[in-house]
Design a protein around this ligand. Structure first.
Ligand SMILES: *[C@@H]1O[C@H](CO)[C@@H](O)[C@H](O)[C@H]1NC(C)=O
Ligand SMILES: *[C@@H]1O[C@H](CO)[C@@H](O)[C@H](O)[C@H]1NC(C)=O
Ligand SMILES: *[C@@H]1O[C@H](CO)[C@@H](O)[C@H](O)[C@H]1NC(C)=O
Length: 529
């Protein structure tokens, strides 16, 4: 769907602009209590106009601004009695409900039927029904019983299972690299008005409209989560959310129940109105082909839809404002050169996310050999004195503050580590021609979490099984978690990793990066088979 420039500006500048496309604007006296049953037709528009549907004969109909399975941006969405209501005279124009929402139950392989949305979750409403349920008798001076939540609302329908997995740090990945990642891909794709059309068309590159500002998102509502449910053990989710969306208010399940109760525990029915809302639903994303059949990453549906439409680039410029917001917040250097092509950096910063202090880790002798091999490589390279300056960081995340972790990740060129949540920090790396993630698995094990995320940002991803290296298009076979995957005896033949890093940098500095490394190349091919 194509948005006009005006729509874009309206959406970006948030609540204070919405009065422009709202049919009725009242003075602040009415707006402070929209349920007061009086009308004042002489009132003048308030300069900070507030949306007030109280006196509107026809409530605005719901439209979909952008959609991918699990990710839907609505204009003029309604909620009453807990159900999201699509006010429309043309229901056939909407995606099917199971591709937009679910009951919000935690998912497993056998309960898809229980997660299929019912009319309690989402329903169509005709303009006549809306009028009869919420409409006031305007001719008698009554008001419609519809209250607006100004600005853009994020409606997160995920169960706490995925926002906070057993209070372990595991869910930093699900929160930042799935929920925030997909949210930003989708909002950026839907609302930014200038984009590099592709990774190769540098002549037409214009820096993204919203590259330097954090988005104006009024609120995020975690419909099924309590206030701990979206937070992780180490505290990264709260940290990242506040850094990236500093003015966004968080509401959780009890706040949602307040709102549901406001429409339920009353004799005369009321409704809430969302002028702009992004609805995110994990079960619905899994019903889409990219997430469900290939990546198992909910963000992949959002990213893919916008990448296919050419609305986000393939080298991570679209993510730059989130990345730099976090880096700035942590006291790091947020500057980066955005462009249609990846830049050649001045240094190679290798960061090893050392998991020896956690459950899933390398055999200790292999860990020591790895440290020695990388150290030797870095010293040798600096002795040889090439153009690039080499640096090695051995990072035990549990010993660093969150700020310190962000700062080192944002300077990293090559991130290395055993499969695990710490690799989520790769989203902070500024993609350049040398950027790579080297992920070590127990042989025969593989998961696409960091592989997909790295490649969607234009970075190379290598999987290592002891002495064997895999990279697209020759990736490990079927994803899986063999016995011992999460254990402390993961073998690694260290010389192979040091050589991989050296060969990778040598190859990249010799010529332009391999065009086949474009993540879209892979996803398109798989999608169209
Ligand atoms: C799947 O989830 C349902 C609840 O929706 C639960 O009753 C069932 O026990 C779960 N099955 C497994 C294998 O966890
Ligand atoms: C919402 O309404 C239900 C049913 O009347 C009631 O049990 C519950 O306490 C209310 N919750 C809140 C948060 O007001
Ligand atoms: C790891 O690779 C090395 C070098 O090929 C080999 O000697 C060793 O047996 C391998 N270890 C495992 C557990 O496969």
């Amino acid at each position: 769907m194509v948005l006009s420039r005006r729509d874009v500006v309206l959406a970006l500048c948030g609540g204070s602009c919405f009065y422009l496309f709202t049919a009725l604007v009242t003075d602040s006296r009415l707006a402070t209590n929209p349920l007061v049953f009086t009308s004042d037709t002489t009132s003048k528009p308030h300069s900070q106009g507030t949306i007030d549907l109280g006196l509107l004969p026809d409530l605005p109909e719901t439209t979909v601004i952008a959609h991918a399975p699990g990710w839907t941006i609505f204009k003029d969405l309604y909620m009453s009695k807990g159900a999201l209501l699509l006010l429309t005279s043309t229901p056939e124009a909407f995606p099917t409900f199971p591709l937009m929402t679910s009951t919000g139950l935690p998912g497993n392989l056998t309960n898809d039927a229980e997660r299929q949305p019912t009319e309690k979750d989402m329903a169509f409403l005709s303009p006549e029904e809306a009028r009869s349920r919420w409409g006031g008798r305007l001719e008698l001076g009554e008001r419609n019983r519809v209250l607006t939540l100004e600005g853009l609302t994020l409606l997160y329908n995920d169960p706490p299972q995925f926002l906070n997995h057993c209070k372990s740090s595991f869910d930093y990945f699900h929160f930042v690299a799935e929920l925030i990642f997909g949210t930003w891909a989708f909002l950026y794709g839907a609302f930014a008005d200038r984009h590099p059309p592709s990774a190769t068309a540098d002549a037409s590159f214009t820096p993204p409209l919203i590259s330097t500002s954090t988005p104006n998102i009024a609120r995020a509502i975690y419909i099924h989560s309590d206030s701990d449910g979206w937070r992780d053990g180490p505290g990264f989710n709260g940290y990242a959310f506040r850094a990236v969306f500093p003015s966004t208010t968080v509401e959780v399940m009890t706040d949602w129940i307040d709102r549901v109760n406001a429409t339920t525990n009353t004799i005369i029915e009321r409704a809430w109105h969302f002028p702009l809302a992004l609805l995110v639903d994990r079960s619905a994303a899994f019903r889409g082909p990219i997430t469900g059949h290939y990546t198992q990453r909910t963000a992949a549906q959002a990213w893919m839809e916008m990448a296919k439409q050419g609305k986000i680039d393939l080298v991570g410029n679209w993510w730059a404002s989130v990345r730099s917001a976090l880096t700035r917040y942590a006291g790091g250097d947020p500057t980066e050169e955005l462009g249609a092509e990846l830049q050649m950096p001045e240094s190679v910063v290798i960061t090893y996310i050392n998991r020896q202090g956690t459950r899933r880790h390398l055999r200790e002798e292999d860990n020591l050999a790895l440290l020695a091999a990388i150290q030797e490589l870095v010293e040798r390279k600096n002795r040889e004195g090439g153009k690039l300056k080499w640096e090695f960081n051995d990072v035990h995340a549990e010993r660093l503050s969150l700020d310190e972790q962000v700062r080192v990740a944002s300077r990293t060129t090559i991130m290395l580590g055993v499969h695990g949540n710490g690799l989520t920090h790769l989203v902070l790396m500024k993609p350049n021609q040398l950027s790579a993630v080297v992920e070590i698995f127990l042989p025969e094990g593989f998961a696409r979490d960091y592989e997909w995320t790295s490649r969607s940002l234009g970075m190379t991803h290598y999987s290592v099984w002891n002495d064997t290296i895999f990279a697209y298009p020759n990736e490990p076979p079927n994803p899986g978690y063999p016995e011992g995957f999460h254990g402390p005896m993961i073998p690694l033949y260290a010389p192979v990793v040091a050589k991989l890093i050296e060969d990778h940098v040598t190859a990249r500095t010799l010529g332009p990066s391999n065009p086949n490394n474009s993540p879209l190349h892979d996803f398109y091919a798989k999608d169209m088979l």
